[in-house]
Design a binder for this molecule. Structure first.
Ligand code: PGA
Length: 227
């Protein structure tokens, strides 16, 4: 069971140090935090493994604003999120760039949480399965690859997929590529138990509820109790 905290563009180094000092990870669960780049070093002062929120496919080069897997590994970062829907929606990330970033990061030695998920309109039009098949077809099985199923309509909205909707999507994803699949989208202490107890839900990628050390620890405890 893996509980990953995606901090998005929250917490500079000072708040990051406060978090890692206050957060006590329960036994029996894997937890990682994914702070903004400027806070990676501060997060690494704590005991919890640290992932970045993105990673470029080249080792170095003229790519303003990007960071490579080699640079992250040098710092002590263990993995990266790739293809989050906010990157797809606001920063032009495509299935192709997600695939390139994922493959290069895995080759370099990072773990990757690759994000997939349908838009609300796609679900309403009955296209969820097609979208997931297309997105997942770009990803190859790897021992350090984890997929996060994040229905875009459930991210930061307070709307969660029902446990049945999550289970159905996770089962489909696992039938396409046999890797652990995290659920993401408004996961919080109140709904984590029923989502995480689905047979094909192997953990959670948590945004808002990962920002507070107490609530993140509660989610980790729920994960541990189901492992
Ligand atoms: P949320 O974000 O938990 O705030 O909905 C999840 C994510 O974007 O990974």
């Amino acid at each position: 069971m893996l509980i990953a905290g995606n901090w998005k563009m929250f917490k500079g180094p000072r708040e990051t140090r406060e978090f890692v000092r206050a957060f006590a990870k329960p036994d029996g669960v894997d937890a990682v935090v994914c702070p903004p780049y400027v806070s990676l070093a501060a997060a690494l002062e704590g005991p919890v493994p640290v992932y970045a929120q993105n990673v470029h496919w080249d080792a170095e080069g003229a790519f303003t604003g990007e960071v490579s897997a080699r640079m992250l590994l040098e710092l002590g970062v263990a993995g990266a999120i790739v293809g989050h829907s906010e990157r797809r929606q606001h920063f032009g990330e495509t299935d192709e760039t997600v695939a390139r970033r994922t493959a290069a990061a895995l080759d370099a030695g990072l773990a990757v949480i690759a994000c997939v998920g349908e838009l609300e309109a796609e679900r309403e039009e009955g296209r969820t399965e097609d979208v997931l098949r297309r997105q997942v077809s770009m990803l190859d099985r790897h021992e350090r690859l984890v997929i996060a199923y994040e229905p875009v309509w459930a991210i930061g909205t307070g709307k969660t997929a029902t446990p049945e909707q999550a289970q159905e999507a996770h089962a489909l994803i696992k039938s396409l590529v046999d890797v652990p699949v995290l659920y993401g989208g408004s996961v919080k202490p109140e709904n984590a138990q029923e989502l995480l107890s689905q047979p094909d839900v192997d953990g959670a990628l948590v945004g808002g509820a990962s920002l507070d050390p107490e609530s993140f620890a509660t989610l980790c405890r729920i994960g541990a109790s189901l492992s």
